[in-house]
Design a protein. Structure first.
Length: 192
């Protein structure tokens, strides 16, 4: 039922761009540590850059597992599910890297998105994935769910914190992963 594709073609791109939510999965190296799966879905924060490259705006949140795991080993999988229309699941396996708001090139990358999310609304990095494997599968087991709209809670919460409040929040909550791995470093250029 599943199929591996050479690239993100126009049909897959249209499917990806039509989804309201996607899931990012990463894991630390070795047998220990926690596998992380994060749902994402703020409108306009995902972009297909080309047939083998995607990116998303990583917003300030209570953890930074994805950045920690990408910093350690680069492995990442992004999954999209059809909750409306014909069933389908698309998985993008690849190697990730990131550019933080403190790094050169952040503003240029952020300009590639339609969502209008910037540092004032919590953008802390752009995660770029060099896609090595593209696959889709039936999605017959995924239920129908209706999209009702965006939750505007996180960007509004970050906007109220102000520049210093967002920086302090990242300092307190985003420096290490739940397994103690280095994550969001506010003092050094990133890259992952």
């Amino acid at each position: 039922m599943g199929k591996v594709h050479e690239r993100i073609d126009d049909r897959l791109r249209r499917f990806i761009e039509a989804q309201h939510v996607f899931f990012v999965a990463t894991a630390p190296s070795g047998p220990d540590g926690h596998v992380n799966v994060s749902p994402k879905g703020i409108g306009g924060t995902f972009a297909v850059l080309d047939d083998h490259t995607v990116a998303y705006v990583d917003v300030t949140a209570s953890g930074s597992e994805t950045i920690a795991h990408i910093r350690e080993n680069g492995r990442v999988t992004i999954m999209f599910c059809a909750f409306e229309g014909p069933p389908n699941i698309v998985r993008l396996h690849g190697r990730g890297r990131f550019v933080t708001l403190y790094d050169e090139g952040f503003d240029e990358l952020l300009a590639r998105f339609d969502g209008g999310v910037d540092e004032s609304l919590g953008a802390r990095a752009v995660v770029v994935v060099d896609v090595e494997r593209v696959s889709d599968s039936c999605g017959y087991g995924v239920p129908f769910m209706s999209y009702e709209g965006e939750r505007d809670l996180l960007p509004a919460y970050m906007a109220r914190k102000g520049v210093d409040g967002r920086a302090e929040y990242r300092r307190l909550k985003n420096r290490t992963s739940i397994d103690g791995l280095p994550a969001f470093d506010m003092d050094a250029p990133a890259g992952g």
